[in-house]
Write a protein that binds this ligand. Sequence first.
Ligand SMILES: *[C@@H]1O[C@H](CO)[C@@H](O)[C@H](O)[C@H]1NC(C)=O
Ligand SMILES: *[C@@H]1O[C@H](CO)[C@@H](O)[C@H](O)[C@H]1NC(C)=O
Length: 379
Amino acid sequence: MGLLFPLALCALATSYSAAFPAQQTTKNLFPFLSRGCNDSDVLSFAGFALEDINKDRKDGYILSLNRVSDVREQRQDDEPGGSLFYLTLDVLETSSHVLSRKSWKDCEGWPFYATVYGQCKALFYINKPRRVLYTVAYNCTLRPVSQRSIQMTCPDCPGPLNIDGSDPKVLEAVTKSLAKYNKESTSKQYSFVEVTKVSGQWVVGPFYFVEYLIKETPQPCTKSMDSTCALQSPDPAPVGLCKGSLLEAEGQQTVDVNCDFFEPQDAAAEGEKAAKLPKVQDPGHKEAEAKKGPKGTVQTLPDLGHERPEQSPDPSPVEEFPVRLDLTTDPEGQALDVSFLFIGPLEEKLLVLPFPSKEQRSAECPGPARNANHLVLPP
Ligand SMILES: *[C@@H]1O[C@H](CO)[C@@H](O)[C@H](O)[C@H]1NC(C)=O
Ligand SMILES: *[C@@H]1O[C@H](CO)[C@@H](O)[C@H](O)[C@H]1NC(C)=O
């Protein structure tokens, strides 16, 4: 007899959910709120998401926001004040390396002929009452600006060269420019880590431009500095970025070099964010989260190689900037544990839905672009 009561409850619960499926269905038909791509809060979330993306990366150059291409908000019913934003951002590569840890707002873009542009998708979680701003995941795709278009307006502009080291002149430009820097350096010596950018131009002869990361060359140990010797790491991190050039003309070589050193882990961007909305977060959990590795990738595809018409009549069948961000493909969504964002023993979960498709863009989107040249805007 004692068993019957819970069984009856169970049956009641089953028939209840069977009788009221409508509530769930309606919610999933319209799970997203349409938001304006020029709304000030959307722009600020897009800015924070991009800071997080840049901070998450280990190589490449810092990305800046050109415009918000699309945005959807999904209120989290279980967490009052919590919202998940599905952001599609059109971005421009800046000339600051991600290891400089600068804010994208303080970085300059490349000259027009060297522009690299693309699109990112990001999931950004905000909970104002509980003071949480968090980039859940991202993925970006970049391409250099079409060289064919550049050649038409600026045939003498420098063009990108292969970074893979197949050109011995590139290596020569690196070696000779770094040797020059080391010769002029009065204190430390530096060695080459990797090439990050290469371009070339014909002036009176071939002119090579290289950018590369450097690290400190370990000092040979002497008796008087035994203690500092022991402190030297066997695999030191890059400490700066050098821009070198090599010009060959009339049998003569001209080498130039200029190196910038990264600030030791600058807290400026973090500070700005914290000032606006101080994060209440368990530091232990934050560290554990950081150990999980990057929350997305940035892929660079080749130049599209053709001039895009001013206004293409029908969208091209090939997706020019494919960006997948499929945390789930289940139309009902998937729960994501974000307890580590909050202090306290409670378990906190987000409902993540499949990323909304391009076809259902918000009405007031895309927003205004900082650089509105159609050559650097993904379709
Ligand atoms: C991000 O993009 C990469 C490469 O395109 C892909 O393998 C990965 O699954 C994507 N991540 C998500 C969460 O969709
Ligand atoms: C975007 O918003 C800013 C500030 O609210 C406003 O000045 C500007 O005109 C808006 N731009 C567009 C294209 O709506």
